[in-house]
Design a protein around this ligand. Sequence first.
Ligand SMILES: [Zn+2]
Length: 221
Amino acid sequence: MTKTKVALMGIGLLLLALILLVLLNPRAEFVLGGGLVNLGIRLQDRLSSFDFVHDESITPEQIWEELERQNELSGGIRGLFPRTPRHPVVAVLACMDGRIDVSELVGDTRHYYYVVRTAGSVLSPAEQDMLELAVLNGVKVIVLTTHTDCAAEAAAADPELRAKFPALISLMDERVKRVEEFMARPTIRDAIAGGNLMIKHARIDTTTDRLVVEIRHHDAH
Ligand SMILES: [Zn+2]
């Protein structure tokens, strides 16, 4: 037997073992899927010609053309992997901080989660409406997160920045009140009382993406 054949057989056996492992263990499949997603992102990260920041002199028109090209390519890939048509049952509120990747918090959030992102995880009435609509569409768990090393929290504690960003700061000052306001909405209150909705508060460790779940008085379940 040639070396090539031995190598091919080795790869074949490895693939078979991997497939068996995945078929027998959904957790292994979940981890493998997460690994493959990251592998794919790392592969794309290396392609500087697809990176909008690669050239300082790039014009808005060129950026739009590039975006359209990438959308066409991505849409083609997406067509190969059809998704579930159902609405998600989980909604997550997270800060817009770029270091937080919600998919790395819990797995693939692209089609299994509603994700609302705002600076400082504040819930203005518009976001409250979005989450209430999500509940009407079948959401059963809402995770309201904040995170460590949050720039919006730091701004709220800095007199100079408080003066510079009054709209954000007033929302930050009312963050807890806005959550209470959301919980008091009839749809939300009734869904919780009926055991059809759970609201969890969690703080994300920004460096590790770990969720620390906080106990609040209205965590009825
Ligand atoms: Zn933040």
